[in-house]
Design a protein around this ligand. Structure first.
Ligand code: UD1
Length: 352
């Protein structure tokens, strides 16, 4: 009988989430093999994460990246289906909402393999984000929907998927707690703000990217901007420069990023993960997309959606600098990895 759990990862945030579940599966003596699609390939965005987070070496790196979303997803689908057919795993384990996740779900579904989806359920209500389409499709294909919060569970129930849902909490909280003591201090004098920008919605629209740079210039503190290659490329293409108060850094490793977030006044970001991590560290964030996948954070008064509207930025910059009142954490207790490993183990043990 097949026992292998086949994990598919490819992009930076997935390495963080998978590290938590991998170690919990190993603790249960379960056999996992990791496939890296190659979507993120720079050492700073991939290899460094495997090293710092002690993730087992992938059994294969497919080396598929870049090109259109269709070309990338299609190439991954073909290559992943080949690997899955050869390995005949008992279950395919997927994370988040990237093209690697979608390709993994399609490949597994075509072969009739069971799918577990970690971080199922967030909805932005706007298909302009490629991540939204990926999530919806993957959630509908998956057999186990491992959701971080009650709101995510509600979203899935509304789509008729309630029977497959298990609320487990957020793997990023486990990862952060485990690694916070190892966070690399930023080595910066005085107060600063940390910013990240990489969503297609912002990088592909020059007027949005220009507004974000104008917003950063309004910051009352120096801004540290670890720059995603997609954004660096878009800035160059549109002839945009960063403001004088902003220091550009290369993409940061996990422990360096934790150090920056633990040391900052607040975060400004279009990332899905950074606002959660800032919240776990007691920091507010400004969300610079048109909506947040995490209304839980808005309800906790921990993030504010300011988009690219400079009037909202002005108010938001004052709000974000005020201390965050402690609230119950809607993202669980930091034992999500163990919980997911237990659910997957029970699912496999009950399989005919
Ligand atoms: C992807 C995910 C996004 C996730 C993000 C984390 C999708 C649709 N999007 O977006 O949900 O939040 O990863 O970072 O899957 N590049 C490099 N080096 C790398 C990787 C990428 O230079 O290691 C460049 C390439 O030119 C590439 C571009 O960045 O074409 C964009 O990368 P891509 O993987 O398409 O999407 P992300 O913006 O990283």
């Amino acid at each position: 009988m097949a026992t292998e759990i086949l994990t598919v990862v490819g992009a930076r945030p997935q390495f963080v989430k998978a590290s938590v579940v991998s170690s919990a599966l190993a603790a249960l003596g379960r056999h996992e093999a990791i496939i890296h699609t190659g979507q993120h390939y720079d050492h700073a965005m991939s290899g460094a994460f495997f090293r710092d987070l002690n993730i087992p070496e992938p059994v294969v790196d497919l080396g598929i990246s870049g090109g259109s979303h269709a070309a990338m997803t299609a190439a991954m689908l073909v290559a992943l289906a080949d690997e899955m057919e050869r390995r005949a795993p008992a279950l395919v384990l997927l994370y988040g909402d990237t093209n690697s996740t979608l390709a993994g779900a399609l490949a597994a579904a075509k072969l009739g393999l069971p799918i577990a989806h970690v971080e199922a359920g967030p909805r932005m209500g706007n298909r302009e984000h490629p991540e939204e389409t990926n999530r919806i499709l993957v959630d509908h294909l998956a057999d186990l929907l491992l959701v971080p919060t009650d709101l995510c569970a509600d979203n899935l129930r509304r789509e008729g998927l309630g029977a497959r849902v298990r609320v487990v909490g957020d793997t990023q909280l486990d990862a952060l707690r485990a690694h916070a003591p190892l966070a690399v201090p930023p080595g910066l004098e005085g107060d600063f703000v940390v910013a990240t920008v990489h969503r297609a919605q912002n990088t592909d629209q020059p007027q949005r990217l220009a507004a974000i740079m104008a917003g950063l210039a309004l910051c009352p503190y120096p801004v540290v901007l670890p720059l995603h290659p997609r954004t660096a490329e878009a800035m160059a293409r549109h002839g945009l420069a960063t403001p004088a108060n902003t220091r550009v850094l290369p993409p940061q490793g996990y422990l360096e990023m934790l150090g920056l977030m633990a040391g900052c006044r607040f975060a400004i970001t279009d990332s899905g993960g950074v606002p959660k991590e800032a919240f776990y560290l007691g920091r507010r964030s400004l969300t610079i997309s048109s909506e947040t996948p995490w209304p839980e954070l808005a309800m906790a008064d921990a993030t504010r959606v300011v988009g690219c509207d400079l009037a909202l930025w002005r108010d938001g910059l004052v709000w974000a600098d005020r201390p965050l009142d402690p609230v119950d954490n809607p993202f669980g207790d930091g034992r999500t990895g163990q919980r997911i490993a237990g659910i997957i183990a029970a699912f496999l043990d009950e399989m005919p």
